[in-house]
Design a protein around this ligand. Structure first.
Ligand SMILES: Cc1cc2nc3c(=O)[nH]c(=O)nc-3n(C[C@H](O)[C@H](O)[C@H](O)COP(=O)(O)OP(=O)(O)OC[C@H]3O[C@@H](n4cnc5c(N)ncnc54)[C@H](O)[C@@H]3O)c2cc1C
Length: 359
């Protein structure tokens, strides 16, 4: 009898399964909340992004492009590496610099070099808010980094630390960065492999006290592109950069610029201008909904190649719902098929609201 009592006590006091229980609000995906859509091309590069120095006569050309679906995440790390390269090469000289491109890669590179006292002119066809970088969802994600080399992991870690301090300072050097939790469902094994940096933990999540799903949660940073890029551009101009609207068709046209150092941050535009066959487009399509103050987490369901896949990420002025990952597609056109699929996947997951449809 005594033994049975002890056994009973152990059974009820032992942690049966150390899985964390979480309650979250579900977003409202009804038609009245829909505000628009966006399409962008991720500038992926076979093997890796290009961070490389070339010399043409008296001119130095530095490439910084091809960051695929991680350009925002890696931006500060690449910018810091280029600024160190410049300091090592030029010591106390301050040669004139042309930066080609005014997305997140061009702007972070400009910011670093202006801080070191280099005179910078930015040339671009388009400026924020009209760049691919404004479409990027802005999740700091070491996507595809885990199996890359040590240099790339270091670039990622440097970028993460820089964004992290921006998220934590009262007066950050650039606005728009904050801490956020990600809840991911049906991709936990993939995530565990890809995100060892972020230590995913198992969770059981109940949405609106109604539907429960097992998944993983990790903590990362969110870069709200509207706020971040506007502030970054403003600060780069305040630090003294000159911005010139100009489109280049060839490398030769670029080499006629009257600057000592030219830094190529053209994103997918580098494919045509620099004839780079390794640069490949990956199209991404997103839906926009009105901002919802109770949604303060990032959500992902399914894998990129899975038909049920969708994700969402809240920004101050919109809830972004994605998305597609269409390799080889370089036309920036939105498809009705993608629009329906993304929206219906979102509605199906939160299907305790059956009255909602995506028509
Ligand atoms: C749907 C989607 C979601 C994404 N989500 C994320 C995410 O969550 N996290 C993340 O880290 N990344 C994400 N990305 C990837 C990220 O947005 C890109 O890697 C990043 O924006 C690339 O920045 P960039 O400055 O190289 O290119 P861009 O932003 O495209 O800037 C290129 C600049 O070059 C100029 N230019 C191009 N060609 C020429 C030319 N011939 N002459 C003159 N100027 C030219 C353009 O006008 C522009 O100013 C996402 C991308 C997409 C499409």
């Amino acid at each position: 009898m005594y033994k049975r009592y002890i056994l009973f006590l152990i059974t009820i006091t032992a942690p049966v399964f150390a899985i964390e229980q979480v309650s979250l609000c579900a977003p409202d995906f009804s038609k009245s909340q829909f505000t628009g859509y966006a399409v962008g091309i991720r500038p992926a590069r076979k093997g890796n992004f290009r961070l490389e120095v070339q010399t043409f006569g008296t001119k130095t050309l530095i490439h910084n492009y091809g960051h695929g679906g991680s350009g925002i995440s890696l931006s500060w790390g690449c910018a810091e590496v280029i600024s160190e390269l410049m300091d090592n090469a030029y010591q106390n000289e301050k040669p004139s610099i042309a930066i080609l491109g005014c997305g997140v890669i061009g702007l972070t590179t400009a910011f670093e070099l202006l801080d070191k006292g280099y005179p910078v002119t930015i040339y671009a066809s388009d400026f924020p808010p009209n760049t691919t970088s404004n479409i990027g969802a802005g999740l700091w994600d070491p996507f595809l980094l885990a199996d890359k080399n040590e240099f790339i992991r270091q670039v990622g870690a440097r970028a993460f630390n820089r964004f992290k301090s921006q998220a934590e300072e009262d007066f950050p050097e650039v606005k728009g960065v904050s801490h956020i939790d990600v809840y991911s469902f049906e991709r936990s094994e993939q995530r565990r492999r890809l995100s060892p940096l972020l230590n995913p933990v198992d969770v059981e999540v109940t949405f609106d006290h109604t539907i429960t799903h097992r998944g993983v949660r990790w903590h990362t940073l969110r870069i709200d592109g509207d706020l971040f890029l506007a502030d970054l551009l403003e600060k780069v101009v305040l630090k003294g950069a000159t911005c010139v609207q100009r489109t280049f068709d060839t490398k030769d046209a670029i080499l006629t610029l009257d600057k000592d150092v030219i830094i190529n941050c053209l994103g997918y535009g580098a494919k045509k201008v620099f004839q780079d066959p390794l640069l490949l487009p990956i199209r991404g399509q997103l839906l926009y909904f009105a901002p919802q103050s109770n949604i303060d987490y990032v959500f992902g369901y399914g894998t990129d190649s899975d038909n049920r896949h969708f994700f969402f990420i809240p920004w101050e002025n919109r809830l972004i719902v994605g998305g597609t990952y269409e390799k080889g597609e370089e036309e920036c056109t939105f498809s009705r098929e993608a629009y329906h699929r993304i929206w219906e996947n979102a509605l199906n997951f939160f299907s305790h609201s059956p009255s909602l449809t995506a028509d």
